[in-house]
Design a protein around this ligand. Structure first.
Ligand code: DAK
Length: 257
């Protein structure tokens, strides 16, 4: 039942996930979150996975936040459990071993913005609207926004957004580094198709290693992080991919990964 709320399309290891609850602007209720977690557990185990794209159904909304109607009467214990389920799921998305791209169409608010923050890339349509409006509802972000937002855009801008609850347009989101690219709705699909083809066509172990180095290194001091990079770099030479990539260069042909 819950899986139907998450649609999955697979094209040679490039997986597109669509949060499919357009009647509520794809708001995250516990059923959507459970469905997403089920799919992510499946993806974690796949060696052939190359890239993941996550989006919301329809052109109006990526995700308009956590489900306010579901949260309204929660006790502190229920709120803690709800946040725990969402945090665990968002962490699974963030730690998938391949690049994860958020395709943001329309509203990207509250829990939606927190979901996008866990992705490696965010590509937004020019009608996208971002924000952490939780304070307007008498709560604070509960799905990681107070922690991932300052790490992405810096503490001053994060405090601006989480304490005012103001919404920003796609251009402002681009200017503060919340998203990588902004384009018209019409251009979005072609661009994302090309991006995922590019990500999917690169050396898969190298792409995984690069993601791991950036993610794990960010939590370490510089010397430890550089040592991690060296280990992962050396590991590249233990597989066939490096041979193929470098041989292809020398032989003036395209590598076949
Ligand atoms: N939750 C539930 N339903 C939602 C929703 C949401 N976040 N956003 C929209 N909907 C539903 C609307 O109720 C409406 O349903 P019907 O009335 O048709 O049944 C339908 O989607 C269409 O929405 P509108 O009629 O409002 O559409 P408009 O174009 O007029 O307005 C809007 C679009 C995005 C500006 C508006 O819907 C809106 O302001 N939505 C709420 C946005 C928001 O405040 N998002 C943040 C949610 S709070 C925590 C855990 C989590 C969180 C915090 C703490 N703990 C456990 C500690 C995180 C909280 C959030 O994410």
């Amino acid at each position: 039942m819950s899986e139907q709320l998450i649609e999955m399309q697979d094209n040679a290891g490039v997986v597109r996930l669509t949060i499919n609850r357009p009647q509520a602007l794809n708001a995250l209720n516990s059923e959507v979150i459970a469905g997403l977690e089920t799919v992510l557990v499946e993806l974690e185990a796949r060696d052939d996975l190359r890239a993941v794209l996550i989006t919301g159904a329809g052109e109006k909304s990526f995700v308009a936040g956590a489900d306010i109607a579901e949260m309204k009467d929660q006790t502190p214990e229920q709120a803690r459990a709800f946040a725990g389920q969402a945090l665990r799921t968002i962490k699974r998305l963030e730690t998938l071993p391949v690049p994860v791209v958020a395709l943001v169409n329309g509203f990207c608010l509250g829990g939606g913005c927190e979901l996008a923050l866990a992705c490696d890339w965010a590509v937004a349509s020019d009608n996208a609207v971002f924000g952490q409006p939780e304070v307007l509802l008498g709560v604070i972000p509960g799905f990681g926004g107070t922690q991932r937002l300052p790490r992405r855009v810096g503490p001053a801008m994060a405090l601006d957004l989480v304490t005012t609850g103001r919404k920003i347009d796609a251009q402002e989101a681009l200017s503060i580094g919340l998203v990588n690219r902004v384009m018209s709705q019409a251009e979005l699909e072609d661009y994302v198709g090309e991006l995922t083809r590019q990500l999917g066509g690169n050396g898969p172990q190298a792409v995984r290693g690069a993601k791991q180095a950036v993610h794990d290194g960010m939590d370490q001091d510089l010397d430890s992080a550089l040592a991690l990079e060296t280990s992962l770099f050396a590991l590249c030479f233990a597989g066939e991919e490096q041979q193929e990539g470098m041989s292809a260069f020398v032989e003036k042909r395209k590598p076949n990964f």
